[in-house]
Ligand binder design. Structure first.
Ligand code: ADP
Ligand code: MG
Length: 365
């Protein structure tokens, strides 16, 4: 089986490529900067250095928010044709902390209260009403660089004066007292495979490693694990990091990261996360290849704690093939329906809709 990673070829991506080479027959590392996307009349072409991208069994797309549009384009072109751990819509959502907040809110995932307003004056209006301290955040910031702490209205207001001319979006978030620590959970599939706590350096509120924070391995309680996994599912990411603030009232999610650095987590936990990711990608790619594009929707609902209406909902997202004017259904449909030549079928067709049902014989009554 063949796989590709499309990324900025960071150290973490290199580790992942190396780990994947243990499982896949061939792994290509492709730099996202060398990709070109062509949306044509009836197809989307992805080119790498001017040549059509090869066919892979697994394409792991990751990278910085600066390339979110390209990452989305690549993923939407390939998502149903090969196994991809991250859905097309995830990139834009996860790269914006407020969009993330809106999605997670719908899944009842606990987060700090956060406020958005369209103009700086309106933001100042919010700042007059909130309790201090507060956090002012750039929704696309990373590494702690877009996070500011203000312990009073005058402090927050002068920060806004400085930010105003930059014409960037900001959100206001309640400050959560955690003794300047946060927790990072790495989710792969249905599991938290590693987690560590980060503590900010003295005098600093941001626990990011980039800001001098230090990490220690930690074991999450079941509730926090469940919330991290639910966050990954809600964001449609099979691989991601979830940042959590642990409070007396339980865990609060602050953000997710689709391209988590592996050096930190490996160093603090001693867990070979690259290998776990590689093994998982191989397993999923194989399943995808064996089963085609079947998505067991009921399982996804179940994971999210939502009861599905029927025990078995199977959904396939595909194009139908035509032989002349006749529709040819995918082979997989034969496997799922177990229809055979002798079966008598009721076909109900309408514009944009088709259902085929077996007329049950005596033995099935
Ligand atoms: N609402 C908050 N209350 C307290 N501390 C916070 C809050 N939001 C963020 N922080 C601190 O700032 C750090 C960076 O914030 P985060 O939202 O994860 O942005 P980034 O993408 O820059 O990592 C967190 O790791 C945490 O230590
Ligand atoms: Mg963070």
């Amino acid at each position: 089986m063949k796989a590709a990673i499309i990324s900025l070829e960071s150290e973490s991506s290199k580790w992942t490529v190396k780990a994947m080479q243990k499982y896949f027959d061939k792994v290509d590392s492709i730099n996202v900067k060398e990709i070109e996307v062509r949306s044509l009349k009836n197809k989307i072409d992805i080119l790498h250095n001017g040549k059509l991208l090869e066919k892979y069994d697994c394409v792991y797309v990751k990278g910085s928010f600066r390339y979110a549009l390209t990452l989305t384009a690549i993923t939407s072109a390939l998502f149903n044709k090969t196994y991809m751990p991250i859905a097309p819509e995830s990139f834009d959502i996860v790269h914006d902390k407020f969009l993330t907040q809106l999605v997670l809110q719908k899944y009842n995932i606990p987060m700090p209260d956060t406020y958005l307003a369209p103009t700086i004056d309106a933001v100042r209006g919010i700042l007059r009403k909130v309790n201090y301290p507060i956090i002012i955040k750039l929704p696309s910031g990373t590494g702690g660089k877009g996070v500011m702490f203000a312990d009073s209205f005058p402090a927050a207001s002068s920060m806004l004066d400085a930010i105003g001319p930059l014409k960037v979006k900001v959100v206001i978030q309640e400050y959560i007292e955690t003794n300047s620590t946060d927790t990072r959970a790495i989710v792969v599939g249905d599991k938290v495979v590693a987690s560590y706590q980060r503590k900010a350096t003295k005098g600093e509120k941001r626990a990011n490693i980039h800001m001098g924070g230090v990490g220690v391995k930690c074991v999450l309680d079941e509730k926090t694990k469940r919330i991290a996994i639910k966050t990954a599912k809600a964001l449609k990411a099979d691989i991601c990091a979830v940042d959590i603030l642990e409070t007396n009232l339980g865990p609060l999610v602050i953000e997710a990261n689709l391209s988590p650095g592996l050096q930190g987590v490996t160093k603090y936990t001693g867990i070979d996360v690259a290998d776990i990711i590689a093994k998982f990608l191989y397993k999923k790619a194989k399943e995808f290849k064996d089963k085609g594009k079947v998505k067991d929707t009921s399982k996804i609902f179940e994971d999210l704690g939502i009861k599905a209406t029927t025990d078995e909902i199977k959904e396939i997202i595909t194009n139908v093939d035509f032989r002349g004017n006749r529709i040819l259904l995918p082979e997989l449909i034969t496997k799922i329906t177990k229809f055979d030549e002798k079966d008598e079928l009721v076909i109900r067709a309408d514009k944009d809709r088709l259902s085929i049902e077996k007329i049950k014989g005596e033995e099935n009554k």
